[in-house]
Design a binder for this molecule. Structure first.
Ligand SMILES: *Cc1c(COP(=O)(O)O)cnc(C)c1O
Length: 369
């Protein structure tokens, strides 16, 4: 118990003195929000870093999700995954849209394309998949279904900052992709988010929607919201971006050590590594199977007693929360894989400041049973 506590994640904070010049600039500009210079610079810097055409910044990922649905005028029913953070489905409810839960693939833990078609009804207008833990969905299969049924695809890409497949950023897939820059994410602006837009026209509509629908002094074209990112958050993002490759490199190293040390532990299943793709190592989930000596919850408690705070992420499933569980698609027998995984998953600590001694302590905590 004398060991210092380790939490599942810790925000990456560059040295404080490096932030001072950014603050000085904001004080000099006297522009605190409403698309000021920091905001503009960060949008451009993210386009360059991520390799995408258009980025619209937001004050958080949830407002970005709400706005993405508004921008595409999505209504009726939307097919989504129960195995995600609750904001995914909440963004649908806030738009008066009915979420239809479809089960996940047992290996990627992403929406299973083979199960999507059976859930489509005349009311279905879109699919909202999640690139869970930053692992790419089967984007081609999803797009094929969307094209066949004339559906929109909005990716909740909150975990997918910087992830690439053979063709480039995975954020280019679908109609829109939404990022979160919350403090717990790989790249953070304290709070923040973004929509990746395919063209300037869509970005303009999104810019209007995130600023109350205001076009000019006398023109309001939509019932927009206040989704603007402030200058201080944008400035922090610019600073964070200078350190992101180093931070990601340390995550990759920790991921490698975990894989090496845990791959042969009986009863512990790891997700496949990213192979050729560029990963962001945002999470390190393990699945505690039936042949492990302890149950998932027992392991979770044991680690906790040793000051290691792993996280059951995602548990409970979104479909088990009170506002969803009465829906027919939320039934357990409709979602066997998601229910199985939610009962087995444990995310181990992974963040740039985690040192090798702490990584060893965590590995020992999993191995010693
Ligand atoms: C973090 C997260 C969100 C919400 O983002 P915020 O920036 O916290 O509003 C949405 N979906 C997923 C999958 C997330 O992990």
């Amino acid at each position: 118990m004398s060991d210092k506590p380790v939490y599942v994640t810790q925000p990456y904070l560059p040295p404080l003195e490096e932030f001072i010049p950014y603050l000085q600039q904001i004080w000099d500009n006297k522009m605190l929000t409403n698309g000021g210079p920091m905001h503009q610079q960060l949008e451009q810097a993210l386009c360059d870093y991520l390799g995408v055409e258009h980025v619209a910044l937001f004050n958080n990922g949830t407002i970005a999700l709400l706005t993405a649905l508004q921008a595409l005028r999505v209504t009726g029913e939307v097919i989504t995954t129960p195995y995600s953070f609750v904001a995914t489905a909440h963004s649908l409810l806030w738009n008066g849209i009915k979420p239809i839960f479809v089960d996940i693939d047992p290996y990627t833990l992403n929406l299973d394309p083979a199960k999507i078609e059976a859930a489509i009804t005349p009311q279905t207008t879109a699919i909202m998949p999640v690139h869970c833990y930053g692992h790419s969905c089967d984007v081609e299969a999803i797009q094929r279904i969307a094209d066949n049924y004339n559906l929109r695809v909005i990716y909740d890409a909150a975990h997918a900052f910087g992830v690439k497949d053979a063709g480039g950023s995975i954020l280019r897939h679908g109609d829109l992709s939404v990022l979160s820059f919350h403090a717990t994410k790989v790249f953070n602006t304290f709070e923040g988010g973004a929509i990746i837009c395919p063209d300037a026209k869509t970005k303009q509509r999104i810019n209007h929607l995130k600023n109350f629908g205001i076009v000019d002094e006398v023109t309001v074209v939509a019932a927009g919201i206040n989704g603007k990112m402030s200058e201080i958050n944008a400035a922090f993002g610019l600073l964070q971006l200078q350190h992101i490759d180093l931070a990601m490199g340390r995550r990759r190293e920790i991921d490698r050590i975990y894989r090496e040390q845990l791959q042969h532990v009986k009863g512990i299943r790891l997700l496949q590594d990213s192979g050729e793709a560029v990963s962001n190592y945002s999470y390190f989930p393990i699945l505690v199977e039936a042949d492990y000596p302890l149950s998932r919850d027992e392991l979770y408690q044991k680690l906790k007693e040793n000051n290691i705070f792993a996280r059951r992420y995602f548990y409970p499933l979104i479909s088990d929360f009170s506002m969803y569980r009465g829906m027919s698609s939320a039934r357990r027998n409709n979602l066997p894989v998601a229910n199985d995984v939610a009962a087995k998953v444990l995310c181990l600590p992974i963040y740039p400041a985690l040192n090798n001694d702490e990584v060893s302590r965590i590995i020992d905590g999993v191995k010693e049973h």
